[in-house]
Design a protein around this ligand. Structure first.
Ligand code: C2E
Ligand code: CA
Ligand code: CA
Length: 394
């Protein structure tokens, strides 16, 4: 059993009603543990039409069409539910293809028309048609997992479950720390420590990435006072990764200014790491926002260089000062002639454009030596330090 106190869950005892027929419904529920019965009709005429168990969804119809509940749902055992709130669902629906939205509406309308004409007697005769289709297969499981996780993200943001870890970026020649990259982690009460790859994609889809992005900036700026003391460079910085959804509104510039002001941090000490995919979505607005930020003194790094489409174009179009070579090219550097060629020409290109180069994923002294040989000045990787949490910070 996991610790319910740290999650947005609701628990019901045997016989307890989760919702009544006719009530307004602003919440659907994913059954995490236990079992419920779904009943239509009222009073003497109430009839059970199905039972649902862990992994299944209840109350989703009212949530979507804003009509009153069409059934009464009651716990048959001690039951734990993950509430899926309307705001989250609407955000997901907004991002859905309009055709799918329309189809969903038609299906719901049909469902309601059929259901309201059902008397308990009819239910009896038609009960076979009314039997709940058991959701099956990986697709359903992954959809249920995503719903749970996105609900948990909303709660994690307000209950301090995210952590910021910092990884040093060093000068290759003398290993002196020149800055840090902020990397988010999620201490999930049920699933343990989650890496950003396990939840950021979903947060992008639901739009929750905007909240996470602000959280990230707030914490990196808050921690800057402490980080700064560990840097041995005039040009010290902390870099923060930016997601595509964060560059869709110019309001981000004001948000960033407010955060920097709150923590009395100089804008020149903050570096933003962007990937090509961040820019690709809406290039005009991205370039407008980035232009404003650079004018204010912020620095930009192009992340995962070499893994995208055509890095060259972005280097010309955006005011980028640093190029980060993806670890996919650094890991095989010693064995692969091809990787060496790519890394060498990337470094030469960057230098010809007056850009700094940071090589990612350096794990051994031999790789560091090879990169120095190729003319790379900066690096990041386990050789210098893993991402770690600052002590005495929440
Ligand atoms: P990234 O920006 O390319 O970050 C570098 C990743 O490489 C990090 O993974 C880091 O832990 C890992 N790494 C560093 N040195 C080594 C090494 O020597 N060997 C190996 N094998 N790995 C190394 P992490 O922390 O799992 O982050 C994954 C990605 O998630 C990041 O890739 C970044 O794109 C994204 N991310 C992390 N934190 C944030 C955040 O706060 N906001 C946003 N938008 N994205 C984030
Ligand atoms: Ca990065
Ligand atoms: Ca990277």
């Amino acid at each position: 059993m996991f610790d319910n106190l740290n999650l947005d869950r609701e628990t019901f005892s045997v016989g307890q009603v989760i919702f009544h027929i006719g009530e307004p419904g602003d919440c659907a529920y994913l059954i995490e543990q236990g079992c419920v019965e779904v009943c239509v009709g009222t009073g003497e005429g109430e009839r059970r039409v199905s039972t649902l168990q862990a992994g299944e969804l209840i109350g989703e119809i009212s949530l979507i069409d804003r009509q009153p509940r069409t059934a009464t749902v009651r716990a048959m055992q001690e039951t734990t539910l993950v509430p899926i709130r309307r705001a989250l669902l609407e955000e997901l629906l907004d991002k859905t293809d309009p055709v799918i939205r329309h189809l969903l509406r038609v299906v719901l309308e049909r469902f309601r028309t059929t259901q309201t004409s059902l008397t308990p007697d009819l239910v009896d005769r038609l009960s076979i048609q009314f039997e709940y289709q058991q959701p099956q297969g990986k697709l359903y499981e992954s959809a249920a997992h995503s719903l749970t996780l996105s609900q948990d993200i909303a709660y994690a943001l307000i209950s301090n479950q995210f952590e910021m870890h910092y990884q040093p970026i060093c000068k290759l020649a003398d290993k002196k720390v020149v800055g840090f990259e902020a990397l988010i982690r999620w201490q999930h009460p049920q699933f343990g420590m989650l890496s950003p790859m396990e939840f950021l994609g979903l947060a992008e889809q639901t739009g929750q990435i905007r909240g996470i992005g602000l959280w990230t900036l707030e914490h990196a700026c808050r921690d800057w006072g402490q980080l700064q003391k560990m840097v041995e460079s005039e040009d010290a910085f902390v870099s923060v990764n930016l997601s595509a959804n964060q560059l869709t509104s110019p309001l981000i510039v004001e948000d960033m200014k407010a955060i920097l002001h709150r923590h009395q941090m100089d804008i020149t000490s903050l570096k933003l790491e962007l990937t090509e995919t961040v820019i690709i979505g809406r290039p005009e607005i991205a370039s407008q926002i980035l232009g404003q930020l650079v004018q204010l003194g912020m620095r930009l790094a192009l992340d995962d260089f070499g893994t995208g489409y055509s890095g060259m174009e972005y280097l010309q179009r955006y005011p980028i000062g640093t190029l980060k070579i993806d670890k996919a090219f650094i890991t095989p550097l010693l064995e692969s002639e091809q990787s060496q060629q790519i890394v060498r020409s990337t470094i030469d290109l960057a230098h010809s454009l007056n850009l700094d180069v940071v090589a990612e994923g350096i794990e051994t002294e031999a790789t560091r030596d090879a990169l120095i040989e190729l003319g790379c000045e900066y690096g990041q990787g386990w050789l210098f330090g893993q991402p770690t949490k600052l002590t005495n910070n929440s």
